[in-house]
Write a protein that binds this ligand. Structure first.
Ligand code: C2O
Ligand code: CU
Ligand code: CU
Length: 515
C-alpha cells in the first residue's frame, strides 16, 4: 500500500500536510503516516498537543534599549496544565514538561524569516520527529511532530536544527528545556517547587545598543566556535535567586554555542550530582568541580540548611588553560572573543532567605541500571575527529544531507561501541569536541590518551549520556544501543559552529534484517 493511500485511509490530514511540504529536500524514508500506521491502526489521540511557534521578538535584557531576539512560544491545546511553563523573566523557550508514556503531538509553526526545524535533544523519537535539517520548513509553514515519550525522567531540551543555521538560531534565543517525569524519579521526592531550579547557561555578547553580536561567519569564528563575553542564565545576566535555607535541586543545561564551563560553588559545599543527560545516575556522585560542555545537562543537589540568612552561594566557572578547550588558528583566542574559554566567570548566585527550607537525605541509590551495558559489543567502530583542509571532519568526512557511509549503517536496536579519537593536528590546532548522538542515550565506557587537561577533573561521564566531551588527543569509547526507529539520524559535534561547518554525519538505522 502506498503512503498516500494510508494517509487517506487513516484520515491523517495533518501528517499529510507535514509530509507534503514543497521542499527541495527529500521526505524521510519512513513517512510519518507509515510510522503512525505501524504503531497501531487504532490511532490513539495524543495525550498532549501543543503549538510551538518560533518568531522574532524584542526583550529587555540589559538596562536601556530592548534586544532583538527570536523566541519560542508554546500554546497548549490538550494535556495537563503544567505541560508548558515559562521561566521567570526569560526570553528562552518555555519549559515543556512531559510524562513518560505520553503520546505527544507538536505543531511547529515557523514564523521566522528563514527555514527552520525543531529537534528534541536527547529524545528517542521516530525519524520524522527528530528534526533532521532536510525536514526544515520555510517561513510561514508548519511541521507536525508525533511521538511517544519513552525516555527516562530527566532534563532534555529542544532547539532548531536547520542546515548551517543552528548556531545562529540558537544564539538568537531559540532554545528551551524539556523535562520528563516518571514514577521512579517521583518516588525520590527530590526538592521541588521553589527548591527546584532550571537553569540554561549561555554566553552572549552585546553591542553598545544592546543588540546581540554574533560572529560574522568568518573562518576563525567558525573554526573556534562563538564565545560571548558574559554568561546569561535563562537569558538573564548573572541572576540572584532567593532561596530558603534548605536543600535545592539545580538542573543545568549548557546551552552555549561553544563555551565549556568548569563549575564549582563558591563555598565548600562540593558538587553533588544526581543526574546527567539521560536522567538519574545510579548513585549520587560527589566531586569538587563539574565540567559541562555544550549540550550537556547536570542535575545537582546542594545543601544550604546550615547557611545563615542573606548568605550568598555563587556558581562559578573556574579558570583553566584556554588550550585545554581548544585553540585554532595563528591568533589563538576563541572566536576572537575577549573572554576566552577558561576565563573565570560568575554564573549565578543563590541567596538565602531567613526561612528554613527543606531538609533532605540524598538516597544512596537513585536508580538501578540494567547491568547488560557493560557486556562487550560485537564491534568497535573507530571514528577519528580531525582538522584537515580548514575543516573539522568526523570519521574523515564532512556533512552531506543524505549521505551515509557503509560504517554508518546500524541495525535498529543494535549495540555498538564507537571510539571517538580526537586526533592531534600537526599544526598545533586542537579543540575539545562535545560529540552528540541522536536517538537513544549511551554510556561512556572509557577514555585513553591525551595530554594533561584541566577539564578532565570534572568530566561527567557517569550515567546515561547523549553528549560526551572528547578532549584533545583522547580516544573516548561509548557504548550505544541505537534507536529502534528506522531512518536517518545525526551525530555531530555540539559546538554549534563546528556542526554548522559540517562536523556532522548521518547514520542510518536499518531494520535488523537488511544490515
Ligand atoms: Cu542538540 Cu543534533 O542536536
Ligand atoms: Cu540531539
Ligand atoms: Cu567540535
Amino acid at each position: 500500500m502506498h503512503r498516500r493511500d494510508l494517509i487517506r485511509i487513516l484520515g491523517l490530514s495533518a501528517l499529510a500536510g507535514a509530509a507534503g511540504r514543497a521542499d527541495a529536500f527529500a521526505a524521510p524514508d519512513a513517512a510519518p503516516a507509515l510510522v503512525g500506521a505501524q504503531t497501531g491502526l487504532a490511532v490513539r489521540p495524543p495525550d498532549v498537543e501543543l503549538v510551538l511557534t518560533a518568531a522574532p521578538g524584542e526583550v529587555s535584557i540589559l538596562r536601556g534599549a530592548p534586544t532583538r531576539v527570536s523566541r519560542f512560544a508554546a500554546r497548549l491545546i490538550t494535556g495537563p496544565a503544567d505541560t508548558v511553563r515559562s521561566l521567570r523573566g526569560s526570553y528562552l523557550g518555555p519549559v515543556i514538561r512531559f510524562r513518560r508514556g505520553q503520546k505527544v503531538r507538536v505543531r511547529f509553526d515557523n514564523q521566522l524569516a528563514e527555514g527552520s526545524i525543531v529537534h528534541w535533544h536527547g529524545l528517542d523519537v521516530p525519524e520524522a520527529a527528530d528534526g533532521h535539517p532536510r525536514l526544515a520548513v520555510g517561513p510561514g509553514r508548519e511541521y507536525i511532530y508525533d511521538f511517544e515519550v519513552t525516555n527516562r525522567a530527566g532534563t532534555y531540551w529542544y532547539h532548531p536544527h536547520p542546515h548551517m543555521r543552528t548556531g545562529a538560531q540558537v544564539y538568537q534565543g531559540l532554545a528551551g528545556l524539556l523535562v520528563i517525569e516518571d514514577p521512579e524519579e517521583r518516588a525520590l521526592a527530590l526538592p521541588s517547587g521553589d527548591a527546584e531550579h532550571l537553569c540554561v547557561l549561555q554566553d552572549r555578547r552585546f553591542d553598545a545598543r544592546n543588540q546581540l553580536v554574533f560572529h560574522d561567519g568568518g573562518m576563525m569564528g567558525m573554526m573556534n566556535g562563538f564565545l560571548g563575553d558574559r554568561v546569561l542564565v535563562n537569558g538573564l545576566p548573572q541572576p540572584t535567586i532567593d532561596v530558603d535555607a534548605g536543600w535545592q535541586r539545580i538542573r543545568l543545561l549548557n546551552g552555549s554555542n561553544a563555551r565549556i564551563y568548569k563549575l564549582t560553588w563558591s563555598r565548600d559545599v562540593g558538587m553533588t550530582l544526581i543526574g546527567g543527560d539521560g536522567g538519574l545516575l545510579e548513585r549520587p556522585l560527589r566531586q569538587p568541580v563539574l565540567t559541562l560542555a555544550p549540550a550537556q545537562r547536570a542535575d545537582l543537589l546542594v545543601d544550604l540548611t546550615n547557611l545563615p540568612p542573606a548568605a550568598e552561594l555563587h556558581l562559578e566557572t573556574l579558570s583553566f588553560p584556554e588550550r585545554d578547550a581548544g585553540v585554532v588558528g595563528m591568533m589563538g583566542g576563541g572566536g576572537g572573543g575577549s573572554v576566552p574559554n577558561g576565563a573565570p566567570l560568575r554564573v549565578m548566585t543563590l541567596r538565602t532567605r531567613a526561612r528554613k527550607g527543606l531538609a533532605y537525605r540524598v538516597p544512596e541509590r537513585l536508580s538501578t541500571f540494567d547491568a547488560s551495558w557493560t557486556a562487550a559489543s560485537e564491534r568497535i567502530r573507530r571514528v577519528p575527529l580531525m582538522f584537515q583542509r580548514m575543516q573539522w571532519l568526523i570519521g574523515g568526512r564532512t556533512f552531506d544531507m543524505t549521505d551515509v557511509a557503509p560504517e554508518e549503517m546500524v541495525a535498529a536496536g543494535s549495540t555498538q561501541t564507537w571510539e571517538f579519537h580526537n586526533v592531534p593536528n600537526g599544526m598545533g590546532m586542537q579543540a575539545a569536541h562535545p560529540i552528540h548522538i541522536h536517538g537513544r542515550q549511551f554510556r561512556v565506557i572509557g577514555r585513553t590518551g591525551g595530554d594533561p587537561n584541566a577539564l578532565r577533573e570534572g568530566l561527567a561521564d557517569a550515567g546515561w549520556r547523549d553528549t560526551v566531551l572528547v578532549l584533545p588527543g583522547e580516544a573516548v569509547r561509548v557504548q550505544a544501543t541505537f534507536t529502534r526507529h528506522p531512518g536517518l539520524y545525526l551525530y555531530h559535534c555540539h559546538i554549534l559552529e563546528h556542526e554548522d561547518m559540517g562536523m556532522m554525519r548521518n547514520f542510518r538505522v536499518t531494520q535488523a534484517a537488511d544490515v
